[in-house]
Design a protein around this ligand. Structure first.
Ligand code: ASP
Length: 410
């Protein structure tokens, strides 16, 4: 049986068993969740060395600063444009679906303090690490990326005899990380089962029903973003079949759905995009680690929906300029959102604060956040993969892949 099929069995098995255990979520949390946590930890173990080494090699192999600037510019433009589009979809959908109608917010409940989320300016200033080693130890992905990019740029301006040993070392490190990913992926069906079962068991229908419209808006929005933004750009700019694209990236999207972590999905995304879509290692190792950290179309869409939802339950009528502020804050905030489970929920307080909406609204959403996180993380990852395909095509770095290697272990 193919690995993707097995992962799907793990996913659906987890949903079925989770529904079955709805009245006893403790059983799922005690006996099944540890398998998911174990799998997640194995994947997380690879993230820092993988992002660091693959970005150094990616930036160095692009060759010269001019090309690096061009590819970096295209990547950023794609990410920012599609993210802004995603928030707008979220806002429009909420205007149509009105998820907050009929709900009113209970008062006097604990709130997530605004101090949990740093101001946007701090996020932007902190991109430069004062101490890169500390950034690495703390797993601060933005700082790791910045330092790796500087190292990559530095190596391109050295003579080859000086830069080669350095690049070879990190090239070899990245290859080792890909290899280990392949081994760990054999455990993915069990890991996915272990991650999904407790989520379904603890989020029974009673929790979900009152907020079904929010869930619906986020899921429909994610579908629209995938089909009308990511698939269309893949078709138009890369002349690549959207069906083939979706089929090829399915393992990464499933991983994102069950782990709710873009960073955690990165090793699988890199393998999918190279083996199944045909994007060169040079582009994949530059665009994907960057995307896993700064590109969050799904998260931005979710923030658009949630901001409108909070406005509706408090009876606040947002003006056009406030909605524009939401688009801007969500798009910039996405850069600072960590690609980890629940990262977007923290950033939501920045978005709400930017237009003066009560932060208490977050507590309602927090109850169903995991369900929303599964959808938005998948879309974040699909966006990264679409960007790689589009940029690879425009750089002539997209080769023809005849067969999709669904079994990703080699
Ligand atoms: N979990 C998301 C991700 O890793 C971030 C978020 O919470 O929105 O992409």
């Amino acid at each position: 049986m193919k690995l993707t099929t097995k992962i799907f069995i793990g996913l659906f098995g987890g949903i079925v068993v989770g529904l079955f255990l709805q009245n006893n979520p403790d059983i799922a949390n005690t006996f099944i969740k540890p398998f998911g946590v174990l799998f997640l930890n194995l994947i997380k173990m690879l993230i820092v060395p993988l992002v660091f080494s693959s970005l150094i090699v990616g930036a160095a192999s692009i060759g010269d600063i001019k090309t690096l600037g061009r590819i970096g510019g295209k990547t950023l433009a794609y990410y920012l444009f599609t993210t802004a589009f995603a928030v707008t979809i979220g806002i429009i959908l909420s205007k149509v679906i009105n998820p907050g109608l009929g709900l009113s917010m209970p008062v006097n409940i604990n709130t997530i303090a605004a101090k949990d989320a740093p101001p946007i300016i701090d996020i932007l200033l902190n991109i430069i690490p004062k101490n890169p080693l500390r950034g690495m130890v703390e797993g601060n992905m933005l700082q790791i990326i910045t330092f790796a990019l500087f190292l990559g740029i530095g190596t391109t301006s050295l003579p080859e005899d000086k830069s080669k040993p350095f690049i070879s070392f990190f090239d070899s490190l990245a290859e080792i990380m890909y290899k280990i990913t392949g081994l760990i992926m054999a455990l993915a069906p069990i890991g996915v089962f272990g991650l999904i079962t407790p989520v379904v068991a603890s989020n029974g229908m009673a929790v979900l029903l009152p907020l079904l419209k929010v869930i619906g808006a986020v899921y429909i929005g994610c579908l629209i973003q995938t089909l009308f933004v990511y698939c269309v750009t893949v078709k138009v700019f890369a002349k690549y079949s959207p069906i083939k694209f979706l089929k090829g990236i399915l393992p990464a999207a499933t991983m994102a759905f069950s782990t709710t972590s873009s960073s955690g999905t990165l090793p699988v995304s890199i393998r999918c995009i190279e083996n199944n879509i045909g994007v060169s290692n040079k582009i994949a190792s530059f665009v994907l680690p960057l995307g896993a950290t700064i590109n969050m179309g799904g998260t931005a869409l979710y923030q658009g929906v949630c901001a409108m939802f909070v406005a509706q339950i408090y009876g606040v009528d947002l003006t056009i300029s406030q909605m524009t502020t939401i688009v801007l804050t969500s798009t910039l905030g996405a850069i600072g959102t960590a690609g980890i489970p629940g990262g977007g929920l923290i950033m939501l307080s920045v978005v709400l604060a930017s237009v003066g909406l009560p932060l208490e609204g977050i507590t309602l959403i927090a109850g169903i956040d995991r369900i929303l996180d599964m959808a938005r993380t998948s879309i974040n990852v699909v966006g990264d993969l679409a960007a790689s395909t589009v940029i690879a095509a425009t750089e002539n770095e997209l080769k023809d892949v005849k067969t999709i290697q669904v079994n990703m272990i080699h």
